[in-house]
Design a protein around this ligand. Structure first.
Ligand SMILES: Cc1ncc(COP(=O)(O)O)c(C=O)c1O
Ligand SMILES: N[C@@H](CCCC[NH3+])C(=O)O
Length: 419
């Protein structure tokens, strides 16, 4: 029996579009957006949810998010340009990044993005200058380094005290930033943002960081008479991979955060701010699979059996970068007993290009199709042309129907920028 993904036979998809192939379910993405609306946006007043596009940002994805009514987090001119190209409502865009260029800030301000998250004082000064030049008032949030460790891979932990992201909680630095912003007639400092890390399966670090920010809000009010109107608690909510628990409902994170902010602001006599969340992976991660074809198989007595696939670290750098663990199966043998252990090897000239170590499979042979699960986030968006492998196509499934949303890159497209 063939493996069926959201009503579509994956073997049929592989034949129709070729492999490697990213396949995503729009039904799944919409389900997550609806869950956010029901259990966060409609449940609590004065809330806003943005999808963190770094997980998967394409024109189609921007259209889906716009249709669902969520906002969008972008982190570069390229992501912003993609959103603007499909008329994503710019007021619902939040622009992040620790080193935005002048061109990127100009693009954002010219297009009236809703909020720019300011990462440091030198960026603040640049935004003031630009806003003055354009005679515009720019709404900003300060990204704060809350000094909280999160239980995730160090490369995707972002809230610790020595992080490259954000303005330090050191009073001298933060107060200086607040004063510069509030003194400027071209800036509307709405509040604060933190993002503690990614692929978190519990709410500990969000709650710790929220508690820290509530104290900051109180001190800023007492010492500088600054009222925090917005608090953006970031994203980072985890999903199911081979080595992690099942994805938790959004309310597991948001109910606890909202409760803490409500009681905290009440106890401290602060106004309840607009609360913003920014999930990326949680919305798209499990919506995606990748289909590969198995090629050569290397066997040696007493040693690993390697099954080579026609992709690898260029289409999914996560195992090599973060030792990420994926679940996978053989699409054309999905109901056959598993009696073999193979290691799935990518095709790059790197010993580290191993997608999955010791995967239990039915007996595999050349031409079988491998489906790797939970590849919707940070796969296509992190793909590259290492070893000059073309970037795979992306197919979207909705109501059992498949359509191409990103064409497969050709060799010509890969080299046509080269002189
Ligand atoms: C500022 C910010 N917001 C949101 C996200 C989204 O993260 P995730 O995909 O883990 O939800 C990230 C990335 O970790 C981020 O840096
Ligand atoms: N690229 C990382 C997530 C980065 C999150 C952005 N701050 C991953 O694949 O897990």
């Amino acid at each position: 029996m063939n493996y069926n993904f959201y009503g579509v036979d994956t073997v049929y998809l592989a034949k129709k579009y070729g492999t490697p192939l990213y396949v995503m379910s729009e039904d799944y993405i919409i389900e997550r957006c609806e869950e956010i609306k029901k259990d966060f946006l409609n449940k609590y007043e004065n809330t806003f949810a943005v999808y963190a596009g770094k997980a998967f940002n394409t024109k189609t994805m921007c259209r889906i998010i716009a249709k669902e009514g969520l906002g969008l987090d972008v982190v570069s001119g390229g992501e912003l340009f993609t959103a603007l190209s499909v008329n994503f409502p710019s007021q619902k865009i939040i622009f992040h990044g620790n080193n935005k260029s002048l061109d990127e800030l100009t693009l954002a301000i010219d297009n009236n993005v809703g909020r720019i998250v300011v990462d440091n004082i030198s960026e603040l000064e640049q935004i003031i200058e630009l806003s003055k030049l354009k005679s515009k008032i720019t709404k900003i949030l300060f990204r704060i380094t809350p000094g909280v460790d999160s239980h995730t891979h160090s490369y995707i932990s972002t809230g610790d005290i020595n992080s490259k992201f954000g303005i330090s909680l050191n009073e001298e630095i933060l107060y200086k930033a607040i004063k510069i912003a509030t003194d400027s007639e071209f800036i509307n400092l709405a509040g604060f943002h933190f993002h503690v890390g990614s692929q978190l399966d519990n709410n500990d670090s969000h709650l710790k960081a929220t508690t820290i920010l509530l104290n900051t809000m109180q001190k800023a009010k007492n010492d500088l008479n600054f009222t925090t109107k917005e608090l953006n608690v970031g994203g980072g909510f985890g999903i199911k991979y081979a080595d992690s628990n099942n994805r938790k409902n959004i309310s597991y994170f948001t109910d606890a955060i909202m409760e803490l902010i409500k009681t905290g602001t009440n106890d401290k006599n602060l106004d309840m701010p607009l609360v913003i969340i920014e999930p990326g992976r949680w919305i798209v991660g499990e919506s995606g699979i990748t289909i590969y074809e198995i090629g050569n198989i290397k066997n040696a007595p007493g040693l690993s059996t390697y099954a080579g696939i026609n992709g690898g670290m260029p289409d999914n750098p996560r195992p090599a970068l973060y030792q990420a663990k994926y679940e996978a199966l053989i699409a054309n043998k999905s109901n056959i007993e598993k009696n073999e252990i193979v290691t799935i090897a990518g095709k790059c000239c790197e010993s580290g290009d191993i997608l999955i170590k010791d995967l239990e499979v039915p007996q595999v042979k050349k031409g079988d199709l491998l489906v790797v699960k939970s590849t919707g986030a940070y796969n296509y968006s992190m793909s590259n042309n290492y070893n000059k492998l073309p970037i795979p196509a992306v197919v979207m499934i909705k109501n059992g129907e498949d359509r191409i949303i990103v064409k497969r890159q050709s060799y010509e497209e890969m080299i046509n920028r080269e002189i």
